[in-house]
Design a protein around this ligand. Structure first.
Ligand code: ARG
Length: 233
């Protein structure tokens, strides 16, 4: 197949951890869907390339990119200074932030000031994990339990193995929308974070395509359309 400029369409392998609604989730047919996927698909179409999604653990995404197993990370990945040392990020495509969640019946924890001696559940390798480490070093948290997937962290809250979870707010909200009687969000968001698509350091050709495509998809109104049609989990 050729694109608008008459070139053979390249296929890029996209790594994602697809248990992170509404950004990526596997649908009933086993297909990876979600806002990140819709957005990257629109960018790919605009720029004349194809994408193929690979669902894998979040903590393995940057190593997979570095070794060349994947070409793009589209996984609700926050642009951070540490990660900038290891990958190149696109322009930010959405803003999110971390928030606390506790078991639905917990009245004790209302904010970060109530985490003294508490056990925190987080996703392995996530910014929630990094925030938990920061709070632990400052003496605020007793123990961190990390899990490959957010639903396992939620499960830990449910069974009483952890007191609180630190996770991206829109994702925790999506889980709560699907299961309203398990956990609840408490306090203010802990920060503001921007998500970016990541490519291998120095892969400027692909990065350029992603950034130009993102601009076009925003300008066409397609971006806003995708945002209002987020998948239900
Ligand atoms: N935004 C957070 C981070 O960059 C969590 C992302 C987790 N993404 C996922 N698809 N599981 O660390």
């Amino acid at each position: 197949e050729v694109n608008a400029s008459g070139e053979d369409m390249p296929t890029y392998i996209v790594g994602t951890e697809a248990q992170f609604p509404p950004f990526e989730i596997v649908d009933s047919r086993g297909k990876v869907v979600g806002f990140d996927v819709d957005l990257l698909n629109a960018i790919a179409e605009d720029q004349g390339f194809k994408v193929q999604y690979l669902d894998q653990d979040f903590a393995g995404l940057i190593p997979a990119l570095q070794t060349g197993n994947i070409d793009i990370i589209a996984s609700g990945m926050t642009i951070t200074e540490e990660r900038e040392q290891e990958v190149d990020f696109s322009e930010p495509y959405i803003t999110a932030g971390l928030a606390l969640a506790v078991p639905i019946n917990n009245e004790e924890i209302q904010s970060v000031d109530d985490l003294q001696g508490k056990t925190v559940a987080v996703q392995t390798g996530s910014t929630g994990f990094m925030k938990a480490e920061e709070l632990k070093e400052a003496g605020g948290i007793a123990e961190i339990k990390d899990f490959p997937h957010v639903n396992e962290a939620i499960e830990e809250l449910k069974i009483g193995g952890a007191d609180v979870m630190i996770n991206d707010l829109p994702v925790t909200e999506a889980f709560i929308a699907a299961q309203p009687d398990v956990i609840k969000i408490v306090g203010e968001p802990l920060n503001s974070e921007s998500y970016g698509f990541a490519v291998r350091t120095g892969n400027t050709e692909l990065l350029q395509k992603i950034n130009t495509g993102l601009e076009n998809v925003k300008a066409s109104g397609q971006y806003d359309e995708l945002l209002t049609n987020l998948p239900k989990y």
